[in-house]
Each structure stands twice: as C-alpha cells, then as structure tokens.
Write a protein that binds this ligand. Structure first.
Ligand SMILES: [Zn+2]
Length: 418
C-alpha cells in the first residue's frame, strides 16, 4: 500500500489505474459481453442439482445483468440488497472481480465474492433466509532486505534483487526523487539497498508493502531515509536519519522520469538562424504526451502561447520563485490562469511547440526573475516536530540497523509481522 502522502500523479500511480465501478449503469444489454461473462455455463439438464457458476465481472457489468445471465431471478437480488452490509459489498463491481454463485434451477444457494485482498463476502441460504458472513483472510507481512547494483537500469537492478517495480518507483518518487535526478544522473555502479515489507497470503507472495528504510549511493554520495509514523498518527513520511523530511518544496524532475530518454540534445542550432540559443533551463527529452507535473505548490501565472516556448505554463510559488514549462503539446486541466496547483499535479503534456527541434520539456526555475539550476539549490525541507524526536529516533535506529543487516546479508528474512 502506498502511503497517504504518495504523490497522486507520479509514475507509480500509473500502476494503480483506478477503474470506476460500474454500479447499476443503465447500459443496454450487450449479448456478446454477457456470454463472455459466464465462464462456466450451467448445463440445463440436471435441474435439481446445484450449479456452480464463476462469473468474471466485465466492464459496465451490473449485478442485475450477471444474475439474469446466470438465470437467477431478480427478486433474489432485491432480497440480498435488503441485508445489512450486503448491499454495499455487492454493488461495487470492478472488472476482473470474480463472483461464485451456486443455484438450484435459478434459486440462489450461495454467493461468494472477494471484496478486498483480505475480506470475502459469503452469503448462503439457510432455513430462515440468507445468512451473511464476512470472512477475513489476513495477510502475513515479513520484513526483507535487498541490495542492488545498477548495471543497465534502475528497474533491471531492482528486479534482479527481487523488488517489485512499485518498490523501485517508491524509491524514486517518494523517497529520493527530491535529492537525486533519476532522469539524468543515474550511473552504472550506483547502488541501493532497501528494507521493505513483503505480503503473503496462505504462504503465497501477494505484493511488496511499505519501504521501511533505504539507502542510495549515487555517484559515491550516500543518501539514506527511514519511514516514520508516530504512534498518534499525526506525523508520517520519509525522513533522513537526522529527522529531516525527504519530501521537498520542489521536484527535481517535473515529469515521469522513467520516460525521459538520454542521448538526445534539443539544444541544437536553431534550424532557421543556425545559432545556438542561450540556454537557461533544463531539457527533458520524452515522448509527446508524457505528463508534466507542477514542480511545487503554487498558482498558475500564465498558461498559453509564449513565443519560442510554444505552449507554456508559468507557476508562481511565492517568495519570488517561478517555474516555467515550455513546448507542451497540450495543457492539463489545471493549467488555467490564476488557479492553484499542488506539487505533482499534471499541468500539461510534452510536445514540440515553439522553437523546438523534437519533443521535450524545457524547464526553468527562477528566483526573482534570475535563472537558477534547481539541482544546485538547497531545497528547504520539513523536520520532525521536536516532541516526536525521541519516538522518531527509536524507530529510526531499529530500521537503520536492519538496513545494515540487509546490506551485509541481502535477501535475509529479518522480522515478521511488522
Ligand atoms: Zn530548453
């Protein structure tokens, strides 16, 4: 699970594309979809024996439609919906969900449906109507350590060390993304180690969980971070071992770093004048349509056509700081003059409008109108409030000690049920 503080639009989010539930959508019946949604058709001969049907929910499916396709009468559904908690648990359908139905000649005997990774709804017909049970199927969590050395790419290194792509994205987007330029400054020989949770159910691996501590050695410089959550829940996030927040006021890379390509130089001679234009920003070459994020919280000062910048957005972040994003193919929904934006919000998409020789984001960071290289600016960060420092230190000490263990014995299982 990603922490609540996770940036909503960074690349990790793409792995969790939310598909809106198709609740009671008054769509017309699509007979082909209907046939496809019933994997095991009930043979019509054995009328008195219970039939087990496993239904896979399709896009735009409704429970009405599913019941009809199986041959269960609508009165049953109406009855189920009057049961406490069942209505809510039944009405949210996600494509790909499976529902197990047992019926005898159209009379529902039982219904089982997984509501989440850990909860199953079970309804069965008893003597006095339907009995409802919510069955818990808890996840076992273990803490593991892994260490990786980059030879070709960050993702390859993570995969070889047994980490999920999501865990690697958390490292880049939520932990070290403010300190390390993952688009341009990752090198062969860089190393990282991670202390993280792995979730199992009935002994089988389900997914990676929270990253508890991590270390990244980028060009010989070591960055370390630990996850902290205070007992009262009011402080949580990733911090340096000294208690300084990893999350900073500005993103180093205001674009999905995984889509930035190297080896492209947009600073070529101007195709018309033949001159190299004075360059005052950073260029990120990426495919047209790659989302561009607001580097920090602020207010849209300009969104429109701006000479050689093409379609451009300027955000005012206060304290004299502005950021500019040029050559966009199109604007994001939040790119309206005067509108407030949050860090990570999509303000536009990569393009090649204006004086540009190929799709890229031209990014400028300016303090009182003077261009600065954001990589050289000490970004202000947030600290653990002093009354939580003792609690932080004791948690951090344990996590960092375990990370050390992970460094010396990668792959070791370190602790259970954290
Ligand atoms: Zn540029």
């Amino acid at each position: 699970m990603l922490p609540a503080s996770a940036l909503p639009v960074l690349a990790a989010a793409a792995l969790y594309v939310a598909i809106p539930p198709a609740q009671d959508a008054p769509a017309e019946i699509d007979l082909t979809a209907l046939a496809a949604s019933v994997e095991t058709a009930a043979p019509a001969i054995q009328e008195d024996l219970p039939q087990n049907v496993e239904v896979t929910v399709q896009r735009n499916d409704t429970l009405d439609r599913i019941f009809r396709s199986v041959g269960i009468d609508n009165a049953t559904l109406a009855e189920l919906r009057t049961l406490p908690d069942v209505r809510k648990a039944l009405d949210i359908l996600r494509p790909g969900d499976t529902i197990m139905l047992t019926h005898v000649d159209g009379a529902l005997q039982s219904l089982n449906r997984r509501i989440s990774d850990t909860l199953t709804l079970s309804v069965s017909r008893g003597d006095d109507g339907f009995a409802v049970n919510f069955i818990e199927n808890p996840l076992e969590v273990e803490v593991s350590g892994a260490r990786a050395r980059i030879e070709t790419s960050l993702f390859d290194a993570g995969r070889e060390a047994g980490m999920s792509a999501t865990t690697v994205m958390v490292l880049a987007n939520e932990i070290f993304g403010w300190d390390i330029d993952f688009a341009n400054d990752i090198h062969a020989g860089d190393e990282f180690s991670v202390l993280y949770q792995r979730k199992f159910q009935d002994g089988a691996y389900v997914s990676d969980g929270r990253v508890l501590a991590a270390e990244f050695v980028n060009r010989g410089k070591t960055h370390r971070a630990v996850w902290f959550e205070s007992a009262d829940g009011s402080v949580k996030g990733y911090y340096t071992p000294e208690g300084k927040g990893m999350r900073k006021a500005f993103l180093r890379v205001p674009i999905d770093f995984a889509r930035v390509s190297s080896g492209f130089n947009p600073r070529r001679r101007h195709p018309i004048t033949g001159q190299v234009r004075a360059h005052r920003g950073i260029d990120f070459a990426a495919p047209t349509g790659t989302p561009i994020y607001a580097a920090g919280d602020g207010r849209i000062e300009f969104a429109g056509r701006k000479g050689g910048y093409g379609n451009a957005v300027v955000i005012n972040h206060g304290k004299g700081i502005t950021t500019l994003y040029g050559h966009m193919s199109r604007f994001g929904k939040s790119a309206r003059n005067g509108r407030s934006v949050r860090q990570g919000e999509i303000i536009g998409y990569v393009g090649s409008t204006g004086a540009s020789t190929g799709p890229h984001l031209h990014y400028e960071y300016r303090v009182k109108g003077v261009h600065k290289n954001p990589a050289n600016i000490a970004l202000p960060n947030t600290e653990i409030p002093s009354r939580y420092l003792a609690e932080f230190r004791s948690q951090a000490e344990v996590a960092l000690a375990q990370l050390e263990l992970a460094n010396s014995a990668p792959g070791a299982r370190l602790a259970d049920n954290r």
